[in-house]
Design a protein around this ligand. Structure first.
Ligand code: NAD
Length: 464
């Protein structure tokens, strides 16, 4: 795999400040495929200075021109989609088909949506005797996780650029090659020097330095709740804007009138996709007590199609593999029953976990409360709709969810009562313009579409 041995700062690849590197490992065969520099506070400082220098001119660039550059970026992502898919597969382990459609495909949609929004958005509004100007917040420090290596980057960088902000990105240490490819795409698209900067490195070193840097006006973080809480505290102490996209434990509520077979099979597909490493995955399936046994049989048949190494990739690293296997052991220890899978790794090599389905899960068990981030589904039984609602809302998270019913209105009525940021009705369809983000401890702020753009803007009111 091709890797840069420097940082992309001020429009060029520059040598890293320190000698340390990070090994990038292919999780399917555990082989080291590349090394990238482990950035330090000095690299972050150089990148923030470059972003600050570029900010006034980029903020003053007419939105239509910013839109044209983002459209050019989208075109480069299209032209290089095969390379992107292969890189994501190499460092994340996702099956190539998933890398092509989702990991390489979705960022094209999102970048395209912001090219259109930048051109059409009204950066000025009239309220009574005031004109309200919507101005870019400034320099954005973006910190991203490894689970969707390109999507997480584009979901922050595209709206930030559309708003007129400049960016320093610190991508996850497990997937830096996709981020380097993205920096190449930015360069090829002709973005002015310093508008986007990349510092690879470790979270507690480069990430921490970026979140705490006084030249950063807004920190946009996606990752674990533990780190998010720390970043929120750092930003709060500095009175700095912060957006946090954190964990989830979403409920897939199957109401008695629903098409049970369809709801179960889509529910399994949702959890197994990306090896369960999706923060919005519906990891708790809620089934009425009268349909419970039938649902278990359907789930067992559906999950058998998800063969590790074929449709399901490995987890990203050994630590995640151990963590997920630990949760499966905990589920068994707390009295849940295996319908499929189990804690044993299916292969000796590669960080694979067996697709696992648990029955007899109660809402208070660890596997029903904590985010597992692996191919593990818990099926819970409910007595009636009120019970289903209590279970659905009974975690500290509120990122996503699903409701199934014969009648759309019945599903919508239930969805209105869920404490969560996004709900798919009878399967739904991905909408790159719909706001994405959490209620409760799933986060602060929204990404995607016009709501995602407004996170990077601040208002100035002029009275007449
Ligand atoms: P993580 O929090 O460990 O890391 C995320 C990013 O933060 C990485 O770039 C990491 O280097 C950096 N980081 C780590 N420690 C830091 C520190 N002290 N200061 C600054 N930066 C630091 O999370 P992860 O293991 O990479 O990702 C998995 C988690 O992310 C899961 O809990 C998942 O739910 C969550 N996630 C949430 C969303 C969402 O949109 N809500 C999306 C994807 C992942």
């Amino acid at each position: 795999m091709k890797a840069h041995d420097g940082m992309y700062i001020g429009g060029q690849w520059r040598p890293a400040a320190g000698p340390d590197t990070i090994a990038v490992v292919n999780p399917a065969d555990e082989q080291v495929i590349a090394h990238v520099p482990a950035g330090t506070a000095d690299d972050v400082d150089a990148a923030v200075r470059a972003a600050r220098e570029a900010f006034p001119a980029w903020a003053a660039t007419p939105p239509a021109e910013r839109a044209a550059r983002i459209a050019a970026l989208r075109d480069v992502l299209v032209a290089r989609k095969d390379e992107i898919a292969e890189t994501v597969t190499a460092e994340l382990g996702a099956p190539l088909a998933l890398s092509r459609t989702v990991h390489a495909g979705v960022p094209v949609l999102v970048a395209g949506s912001y090219a259109e929004l930048a051109a059409s958005y009204s950066f000025e509004e009239r309220i009574g005797n005031s004109t309200v100007l919507l101005e870019p917040v400034g320099v954005v420090g973006a910190i991203t996780p490894w689970n969707y290596p390109l999507h997480q980057v584009v979901a922050k960088v595209a709206p930030a650029l559309a708003a007129g902000c400049t960016v320093v990105l610190k991508p996850a240490e497990d997937t830096p090659l996709t981020a380097q490819l993205f920096a190449e795409a930015i360069h090829e698209a002709g973005l002015p020097a310093g508008v986007f900067n990349l510092v690879t490195g470790l979270g507690p070193v480069a990430g921490q330095a970026l979140a705490a840097h006084e030249g950063v006006d807004l920190v946009s973080f996606t990752g674990s709740t533990a780190v998010g809480r720390q970043i929120g505290a750092t930003a709060g102490a500095a009175v700095k804007r912060v957006a946090l996209e954190l964990g989830g434990k979403s409920a897939n509520v199957i109401l008695p009138s629903a098409d049970l077979a369809k709801a179960v099979s889509v529910g399994i597909a949702n959890v197994m996709s990306n090896s369960g490493q999706t923060c919005s995955a519906w990891t708790r399936m809620l089934v009425h007590k009268n349909q419970y046994d039938e649902a278990l049989a359907l789930a067992a048949a559906a999950v058998a199609k998800y063969v590790p190494g074929e449709r399901v990739g490995p987890l990203v690293n050994a630590k995640q593999q151990q963590r997920v296997r630990g949760y499966i052991e905990k589920g068994l220890a707390e009295g849940a029953r295996l319908v499929a899978g189990g804690p044993e790794a299916p292969y000796e090599t590669g960080y694979y976990v067996s697709p696992t389905v648990f029955a007899d899960v109660t809402w208070d068990m660890t596997i029903a409360q904590e985010e597992i981030f692996g191919p593990v589904l818990s099926i819970l039984k409910y007595e009636d709709e009120e019970d289903a609602l209590r279970i659905a809302n009974g975690t500290v998270y509120g990122l996503a969810g699903a409701v199934w019913a014969a009648d759309e209105a019945e599903a919508v009525a239930f969805a209105r009562r869920m404490d969560t940021g996004q709900v798919d009705i009878n399967g739904g369809r991905f909408n790159p313009l719909a706001p994405f983000g959490g209620y409760k401890q799933s986060g602060v702020g929204r990404e995607l579409g016009p709501h995602g753009l407004s996170e990077y803007l601040q208002t100035k009111s002029l009275q007449f």
